[in-house]
Ligand binder design. Structure first.
Ligand code: HEC
Length: 121
Protein backbone atom coordinates (compact mmCIF):
# COMPACT_ATOMS: atom_id res chain seq x y z
CA UNK A 1 0.00 0.00 0.00
CA UNK A 2 2.78 2.39 0.87
CA UNK A 3 4.67 1.69 -2.36
CA UNK A 4 1.54 2.33 -4.48
CA UNK A 5 1.21 5.76 -2.89
CA UNK A 6 4.81 6.59 -3.79
CA UNK A 7 4.30 5.59 -7.42
CA UNK A 8 1.16 7.72 -7.72
CA UNK A 9 2.86 10.78 -6.22
CA UNK A 10 5.98 10.60 -8.35
CA UNK A 11 4.79 12.64 -11.40
CA UNK A 12 3.50 15.37 -9.11
CA UNK A 13 6.96 15.83 -7.70
CA UNK A 14 8.85 15.60 -10.96
CA UNK A 15 6.90 18.28 -12.86
CA UNK A 16 7.66 21.17 -10.51
CA UNK A 17 11.20 19.89 -10.24
CA UNK A 18 11.68 20.12 -14.03
CA UNK A 19 10.04 23.55 -14.17
CA UNK A 20 12.55 24.79 -11.60
CA UNK A 21 15.48 23.22 -13.37
CA UNK A 22 14.81 24.37 -16.96
CA UNK A 23 15.01 28.17 -16.56
CA UNK A 24 18.12 27.82 -14.41
CA UNK A 25 19.91 25.93 -17.18
CA UNK A 26 18.72 28.28 -19.92
CA UNK A 27 19.89 31.41 -18.10
CA UNK A 28 23.32 30.03 -17.40
CA UNK A 29 23.92 29.16 -21.06
CA UNK A 30 22.47 32.27 -22.68
CA UNK A 31 24.74 34.90 -21.18
CA UNK A 32 28.43 35.50 -21.52
CA UNK A 33 29.99 35.71 -18.07
CA UNK A 34 32.57 38.49 -18.25
CA UNK A 35 33.05 39.04 -14.55
CA UNK A 36 32.69 35.53 -13.19
CA UNK A 37 29.82 33.10 -13.53
CA UNK A 38 27.00 35.59 -13.24
CA UNK A 39 24.01 34.98 -15.53
CA UNK A 40 22.58 38.33 -16.64
CA UNK A 41 19.07 38.19 -18.03
CA UNK A 42 18.17 41.88 -17.65
CA UNK A 43 19.38 44.11 -20.55
CA UNK A 44 19.96 46.93 -18.05
CA UNK A 45 22.48 44.73 -16.23
CA UNK A 46 24.15 43.66 -19.47
CA UNK A 47 24.54 47.35 -20.42
CA UNK A 48 25.86 48.10 -16.93
CA UNK A 49 28.38 45.29 -17.24
CA UNK A 50 29.65 46.82 -20.49
CA UNK A 51 30.08 50.21 -18.82
CA UNK A 52 31.91 48.46 -16.00
CA UNK A 53 34.25 46.56 -18.35
CA UNK A 54 35.11 49.77 -20.23
CA UNK A 55 35.67 52.04 -17.23
CA UNK A 56 36.14 50.21 -13.96
CA UNK A 57 37.37 46.67 -14.59
CA UNK A 58 41.03 47.66 -14.97
CA UNK A 59 41.18 48.82 -11.33
CA UNK A 60 38.40 46.71 -9.79
CA UNK A 61 38.79 43.43 -11.74
CA UNK A 62 35.41 41.73 -11.78
CA UNK A 63 34.45 43.93 -8.82
CA UNK A 64 37.31 42.53 -6.74
CA UNK A 65 40.32 44.42 -5.42
CA UNK A 66 43.05 45.41 -7.86
CA UNK A 67 44.56 48.87 -7.96
CA UNK A 68 41.30 49.94 -6.28
CA UNK A 69 39.57 48.16 -3.38
CA UNK A 70 36.96 45.43 -3.82
CA UNK A 71 33.54 46.89 -4.60
CA UNK A 72 31.62 43.62 -4.73
CA UNK A 73 31.74 42.85 -1.02
CA UNK A 74 30.16 45.81 0.72
CA UNK A 75 26.65 47.27 0.86
CA UNK A 76 27.30 50.54 -0.99
CA UNK A 77 24.03 52.37 -1.65
CA UNK A 78 23.39 53.62 -5.20
CA UNK A 79 24.00 57.28 -4.34
CA UNK A 80 27.41 56.43 -2.85
CA UNK A 81 28.48 54.50 -5.96
CA UNK A 82 27.30 57.37 -8.16
CA UNK A 83 29.05 60.01 -6.06
CA UNK A 84 32.28 57.99 -6.12
CA UNK A 85 32.14 57.69 -9.91
CA UNK A 86 31.24 61.35 -10.53
CA UNK A 87 33.70 62.85 -8.05
CA UNK A 88 36.47 60.29 -7.81
CA UNK A 89 38.30 59.72 -4.54
CA UNK A 90 42.04 59.50 -3.96
CA UNK A 91 43.64 57.56 -6.81
CA UNK A 92 40.30 56.91 -8.47
CA UNK A 93 39.59 59.27 -11.35
CA UNK A 94 36.27 61.13 -11.70
CA UNK A 95 34.00 60.18 -14.62
CA UNK A 96 31.83 63.06 -15.84
CA UNK A 97 28.66 62.55 -17.86
CA UNK A 98 30.65 62.91 -21.07
CA UNK A 99 32.44 59.66 -20.21
CA UNK A 100 29.56 57.93 -18.44
CA UNK A 101 26.13 59.43 -19.24
CA UNK A 102 23.49 59.34 -16.47
CA UNK A 103 21.61 56.41 -18.06
CA UNK A 104 24.84 54.39 -18.23
CA UNK A 105 25.60 55.27 -14.61
CA UNK A 106 22.17 53.94 -13.58
CA UNK A 107 22.88 50.66 -15.40
CA UNK A 108 26.38 50.48 -13.93
CA UNK A 109 25.01 50.99 -10.42
CA UNK A 110 22.38 48.28 -10.90
CA UNK A 111 25.11 45.97 -12.20
CA UNK A 112 27.40 46.63 -9.22
CA UNK A 113 24.57 46.00 -6.78
CA UNK A 114 23.81 42.70 -8.52
CA UNK A 115 27.49 41.79 -8.47
CA UNK A 116 27.46 42.29 -4.73
CA UNK A 117 24.42 40.05 -4.25
CA UNK A 118 26.01 37.31 -6.37
CA UNK A 119 28.98 37.43 -4.07
CA UNK A 120 26.74 36.26 -1.29
CA UNK A 121 26.86 38.83 1.47
C1 HEC B 1 42.47 54.14 -12.08
C2 HEC B 1 41.89 53.10 -11.26
C3 HEC B 1 40.41 53.12 -10.98
C4 HEC B 1 39.37 53.13 -11.88
C5 HEC B 1 39.47 53.17 -13.39
C6 HEC B 1 38.17 53.04 -11.11
N1 HEC B 1 38.46 53.01 -9.77
FE1 HEC B 1 37.10 52.91 -8.24
N2 HEC B 1 38.61 53.12 -6.90
C7 HEC B 1 39.96 53.21 -7.22
C8 HEC B 1 40.72 53.48 -6.01
C9 HEC B 1 42.23 53.61 -5.91
C10 HEC B 1 39.76 53.57 -4.96
C11 HEC B 1 40.01 53.89 -3.48
C12 HEC B 1 39.95 55.39 -3.38
C13 HEC B 1 40.24 55.90 -2.00
O1 HEC B 1 39.42 55.70 -1.10
O2 HEC B 1 41.32 56.49 -1.83
C14 HEC B 1 38.45 53.31 -5.56
C15 HEC B 1 37.27 53.28 -4.84
C16 HEC B 1 36.02 52.98 -5.40
C17 HEC B 1 34.78 52.83 -4.64
C18 HEC B 1 34.61 53.01 -3.16
C19 HEC B 1 34.94 51.71 -2.49
C20 HEC B 1 34.77 51.80 -1.01
O3 HEC B 1 35.37 50.96 -0.33
O4 HEC B 1 34.05 52.68 -0.53
C21 HEC B 1 33.81 52.55 -5.55
C22 HEC B 1 32.33 52.32 -5.27
C23 HEC B 1 34.43 52.52 -6.86
N3 HEC B 1 35.77 52.78 -6.72
C24 HEC B 1 33.75 52.28 -8.01
C25 HEC B 1 34.31 52.42 -9.27
C26 HEC B 1 33.54 52.37 -10.48
C27 HEC B 1 32.04 52.11 -10.55
C28 HEC B 1 34.42 52.60 -11.51
C29 HEC B 1 34.10 52.71 -12.99
C30 HEC B 1 33.24 53.80 -13.37
C31 HEC B 1 35.74 52.77 -10.92
N4 HEC B 1 35.63 52.65 -9.58
C32 HEC B 1 36.90 53.00 -11.66
C33 HEC B 1 40.53 53.07 -8.46
C34 HEC B 1 39.82 53.07 -9.66
Amino acid sequence: MASRAVIRLHPLFSIPYLLLLLPACATARRDEPLAGPMPLSDPKLVAGQQVFMRNCHQCHPGGAAGLGPAINNKPLPAFAIKAQVRKGVGAMPAFDDGRIPDADLDNLTAYLQTLRKQDGD
